[in-house]
Design a binder for this molecule. Structure first.
Ligand code: B12
Length: 209
């Protein structure tokens, strides 16, 4: 079943992927397994094929659409795990960057962990992150998938400093090219390599565990 989900994502067959995810849930396969061994595993293969020029942008977009639709089915299940809002957090993909699958996944996991999540979307200018912090977000998540957009994460931190609110909000960063070393370099409070550890890290940064 998980292998079939993976293959449906690779083919970009949204109908099949959503059907299979519903079926897997009905058979009590854990949300975590469906995500990691089905959806993310499929998207990883798509990534390799894209890199090797076996897939081009349209195929990747079709796979991404299938992934997003299948994730929409999982979302209520992920959310069920949550209890009451543990805090207010905001997340967005930084300026110039349109990748949102990983960001959406982190957003879902945070919702599932009981956070109130403000999703700022993609291609988000630094002012929007600052605004979210001013509106009460205690933690800001920045996502970047391109080496060329990683510096925009630093711009957000600099903007928070310039506005005098850097010490009022925690900043956590992530995305495939991002590392702990980069987080240290730009003065972010934390980094997480995947959506699961993003939950632990957020809790840690907000003093909840
Ligand atoms: C899907 C995809 C696209 C889709 C995006 C669709 C969408 N709605 O997101 C489309 C086709 C639009 C696209 C476009 C481009 N892409 Co692209 N894309 C990918 C691909 C294949 C998969 C990315 C993905 O979704 N992975 C699955 C998710 C689940 O993983 P993830 O994003 O890493 O997220 C996880 C963690 O990183 C972490 N995380 C993510 N965000 C955050 C945030 C926080 C706060 C935390 C804590 C954690 C966290 O948790 C997530 C879940 O576990 C990657 C290859 C790859 N394997 O990464 C290339 C890739 C990222 N793309 C690449 C490129 C070059 C481009 C383009 C420039 C191509 C072009 N020439 O037009 C454009 C750029 C457009 C733009 N301005 O953004 C390169 C980047 C190279 C580089 N080093 O900079 C990659 C690596 C492919 C490659 N090897 O060449 N792309």
């Amino acid at each position: 079943m998980l292998e079939e989900i993976k293959q449906a994502i690779i083919r970009g067959d949204a109908k099949k992927a959503t059907e299979l995810v519903s079926k897997a849930l009905a058979e009590n396969i854990s949300v975590e397994k469906i995500l990691n061994e089905g959806l993310i595993a499929g998207m990883n293969v798509v990534g390799v094929k894209f890199k090797n020029n076996e897939f081009y942008v349209p195929e990747v977009l079709i796979a991404a659409r299938a992934m997003n639709q299948a994730m929409a089915i999982l979302q209520p299940e992920i959310a069920k795990a949550g209890i009451k809002p543990q805090g207010k957090v905001a997340i967005g993909t930084v300026k110039g960057d349109l990748h949102d699958i990983g960001k959406n996944l982190v957003s879902m996991m945070w919702k599932g962990a009981g956070f109130e999540v403000i999703d700022l979307g993609i291609d988000v200018p630094e002012e929007k992150f600052v605004e979210a912090a001013k509106n009460g977000a205690q933690l800001i998540g920045l996502s970047a998938l391109l080496t060329t957009t990683m510096p925009a994460m630093k711009d957000v931190i600099e903007k928070l400093k310039a506005e005098g609110i850097r010490d009022k909000v925690k900043v956590i960063i992530g995305g495939a090219p991002v590392t702990q070393a980069y987080a240290d370099e730009i003065g972010a409070d934390g980094y997480a390599p995947d959506a699961g550890s993003a939950v632990d890290k957020a809790k840690e940064l907000l003093g909840l565990q």
